[in-house]
Design a protein around this ligand. Sequence first.
Ligand code: MSP
Length: 483
Amino acid sequence: MYITTPIYYVNARPHIGHAYTTIVADVLARHYRLKGEDVFLLTGVDEHGEPVSRAADKLGISEQELVDENAKHFTALSEAIGASPDFFIRTSDARHKVRVQQLLTKLYDKGLVYKDQYEGLYCGGCADFKRERDLVDGECPLHPGPITVENESNWFFKLSAFKDDLKALNETEWLQPKSYRKEVLGLIEGLEDVSLSRASATWGVDVPWDDGQVFYVWFDALLNYLTAPDIAGRDEWPADIQIIGKDILKFHAVLWPALLWALELPLPKALHVHGYLLNRGRKISKSLGNTIDPFSIADDYGKDAVRLALTRDVVYGADGNLDDTDTFARAQQGLADVYGNLVRRVWTLAEKNFSALPPGDIHPLVWQTVEDVPVRVQDAFDAGDVTAAVGCIWDCLKDLNGVVDALAPWKIEDEEELAVVLGSLVEAIACVSVLLSVVCVEGPSKVLDVLSIDASYEQATLSGTTRPWHLPTLEVLYPRRPV
Ligand code: MSP
């Protein structure tokens, strides 16, 4: 199971949008790991292109120095948000560059490239060529600042040759959710060949057959999905799920499949497109000055709250508003009140009354509340509906608090009856902690460690009877954090 995130630009520090994609990818990776699949989760950084050159120039340092420094923030980001990628690719890695040259030379050998004069508009921030109608008041809507007029002799890739195949592809289920189909088909309508190289740039991968040109950064960047597993010594292509934000839809739904066909390689099995995180109604981006720092959010509210908020409260595939940090504060509170509280209520009573809980029948109310949840959660994740899956886990936690209220174990006097109720609730907590461990990396593992069960869907499936439980002391799952 090969899952990818985009590789992020290193000309600035990571922001919450980068964290979002990595978290979703990590959640899906954890889901498949719990199913027992051998997962390869890839993330990394896109280190070439003009924005890096410009940023390095401004600081008076070399591009390599700048990317070495900034790449560290992106590796630190994974750690800060509890993501565990299996490999982190950097495109300034010499091994990547050699492979890019080999792959793109194939296009040259196959006659799929030609040299021509490029004349037009270019946005350095997007690293993309623009049409008049893409601009608002003469500026890129995402990167306020100058649009340059470029006029140079470049190599072109015959992208338009793939028009019909691209159209057919993007009418299939590979593009998820369907709501992006119209936009992609619109892009394909006026499809033109695309510049494969730049003569004016030097920070990139050299074109082996033409001195003085470097490959256009998007070709170099897209190929990371092939070069990274290769460098990691893994035979992974095709990817099972490629996750991107809608800002880079054109490159992944149009250029990337065409490039793969040109290289005679299979396509990824699914392209997941998510929306923008918005803050005060606008896309979060450094250029728009409304960024939210993922490191301080994780520090202030905890990794679990950040991961829960971004997967449950932002509908996967759609735009989601963050209202600065309210969303994270609510998630943090919810974890303590719903999950932490459920566990604490059951533990306190169990510890008070029993040294261990014997196996027994599962209480029907607990059974009814939890029984079909693991399958529903897995089905939703399998279908790529991350938000529905996380919502289902969260609803189950809330329902279990309702079950505790309804059964009121603190009123039960009969010891055997109490053991059945508490044993069933611990069983339910074990099950739902396994499920929640797909999303949250801190709280659930404390519970699973104490119960000595591993995180696998097998352990989340209820059988008709409870397991015998020893309940060592459990620390508070979500202690109040210093403000
Ligand atoms: N380097 C290219 C991608 C090359 S992939 C072969 C790039 N980098 S980027 O740093 O701009 O990151 C873009 C990705 O970051 C988006 O596709 C998305 O995954 C994530 N996001 C950046 N800002 C975002 C939001 N405001 N909201 C949601 N995701 C965002 O493009």
